[in-house]
Design a protein around this ligand. Structure first.
Ligand code: CP
Length: 336
């Protein structure tokens, strides 16, 4: 068992080298094989993970909790209303206390301008690894599952693979920027050519885009942007049509001081782009063997049609969701 990552935080892949991430992927593939063979993987017997959710979750919560059980440990499924967080207990105190009682802390806090800072504050004071279950900037576990799924369908050499990350219309809730931001930071490190499409009022954060260009230069991939969804789909090997809120349009401090006004503006901007959907017409612009990916939950009929999401020749979204389990187990097994 690899021990060099014991205690290492997992808040973004950007603090992990490519060589380190390759070990994570090797471990995830090994765990997946063992899961199907029903081989025991009791790598974390009697260990405790504290999971704190500020928001709802299906895949993240269950991949982590099932993963801990399968590794021989236990995960506490905590929400802020069950904790003194609701009464104002700060990230620092929560992290110190939980890290004295268990072996890892995982947290989802997606509030714009707050979540990533909260995670970093916990990491600064925790004796044990802190894992992000998604914040306002990054969704690192999703990024790992995405890339593992790409490796399964296209092989480990992903150089020159064309991946389109496109904003799409949805009216469920304002989704964080963290999934597309993680993808543009991570994929080009593996030689992937990423095209991002979004309406002008729905940009990604400037500092993340700048870092993603640097990652692309170092990793041999590329990154480009367009405001035209059709253009982004042309020739793509993988399309990822997904909504995100218009948070990147605002400076964090401005947003936090004018939250209601910004939310109102985001909602009215959103309604201009109902036509941004992955449908049969658009999918035909992509490569003949195109695959659809989506972190899920998908807003069916808005982000993507049922016809495409349920087409087994195109859609690999359920492989992607399943790989959340194997990658979660890899990170927990290696860091705890
Ligand atoms: N993709 C993802 O993070 O799903 P959940 O919000 O259900 O955890």
């Amino acid at each position: 068992m690899e021990t060099r990552f014991k205690g290492k935080h997992f808040i973004t892949e950007d603090t992990w080298t490519k060589e380190e991430l390759d070990i994570v992927f090797d471990t995830a593939f090994d765990l997946k094989k063992k899961f199907y063979n029903e081989d025991p993987t009791l790598w974390l017997p009697y260990k405790t993970l504290f999971m704190i959710f500020f928001e709802q979750s299906t895949r993240t919560r269950n991949s982590m909790e099932a993963g801990m059980t399968q590794l021989g440990g236990h995960a506490h499924d905590l929400t802020t209303d069950k904790m003194q967080i609701t009464h104002g207990e700060v990230a620092k105190d929560t992290a110190i206390i939980l890290s004295r009682m268990g072996h890892g802390i995982a947290c989802r806090n997606c509030f714009y301008g707050i979540g990533n800072k909260y995670l970093n504050e916990m990491a600064a004071h925790s004796r044990k690894p802190v894992m992000s279950l998604q914040d306002d900037v990054y969704h690192p576990f999703q990024g790992l599952a995405d890339l593992m799924t790409i490796f399964e369908h296209f092989g480990r050499n992903t150089k020159k693979l064309k991946v389109t990350v496109s904003w799409a219309y949805a009216n469920t809730h304002s989704k964080p920027l963290s999934v597309p931001q993680t993808q543009i930071l991570l994929f080009p490190r593996y030689g992937i050519d990423v095209t991002v499409a979004h309406p002008k009022e729905f940009p990604l954060s400037k500092n993340i885009v700048e870092k993603a260009y640097k990652n692309a230069e170092e990793g041999g991939g590329s990154l480009k942007f367009t405001n035209n969804m059709d253009e982004a789909f042309e020739g793509a090997h993988i399309v990822i049509p997904k909504n995100w809120g218009g948070f990147g349009y605002y400076d964090e401090d401005y947003y936090l001081s004018n939250e209601e006004e910004c939310k109102k503006e985001m909602k009215s901007n959103l309604e201009k782009y109902r036509g941004w959907i992955c449908d049969d017409k658009r999918i035909k612009l992509a490569d003949k063997k195109v695959k659809l990916m989506h972190a899920l939950p998908a807003d069916r009929g808005n982000e993507v049609t049922d016809e495409i999401l349920d087409n087994p020749d195109i859609s690999i979204v359920f492989d992607e969701a399943e790989n959340r389990l194997h990658t979660a187990k890899a990170i927990m097994g290696l860091t705890m």
